[in-house]
Design a protein around this ligand. Structure first.
Ligand code: CO
Length: 139
């Protein structure tokens, strides 16, 4: 198993609207997606599209959002995860577990509509890693 391209960097923020405005004002980013919600994952999100990658802005949704604690520690927001594409999420999960890494969830549908898993930060120099199946052509 080998990871493919960097898909996005996840940034947790108190307000995705305010953060998106900051990307517009400070960095001139104009291609920003409409916000979406993933209630079962406890996040609102949008993507700042860059020529070679994306920034995923995520905001807590609901009281038991997994990023609520992160924002308590980092009230202004902060870099939350890095996402690499993989060919097959089940192959990737098996490979991670075989190498002794801690996979945090069963494969589930992520913000791009493909299956994702998260790998514990302790296995990657303190960085929470998201692995996502590459979107298939035509999607
Ligand atoms: Co992500």
């Amino acid at each position: 198993m080998q990871v493919g391209p960097l898909n996005h960097v996840g940034v947790a923020v108190p307000s995705i609207e305010e953060a998106a405005q900051n990307y517009r004002d400070l960095y001139g980013c104009t291609d920003i997606t409409e916000p979406g919600e993933m209630p079962e994952q406890g996040v609102r999100y949008c993507f700042v599209n860059l020529p070679n990658s994306q920034i995923e802005l995520i905001e807590p949704l609901g009281d038991d959002s997994p990023i609520k604690k992160f924002l308590e520690r980092n009230p202004k927001g902060g870099q939350h995860h890095v996402c690499f594409e993989v060919e097959d999420i089940h192959v990737a999960k098996a490979a991670m577990e075989e190498k002794g890494a801690k996979v945090l969830n069963e494969p589930r549908i992520g913000a791009h509509g493909t299956l994702i898993i998260f790998v514990h930060p302790k296995d990657s120099n303190g960085v929470l890693i998201e692995l996502m199946e590459s979107p298939k052509a035509g999607h």
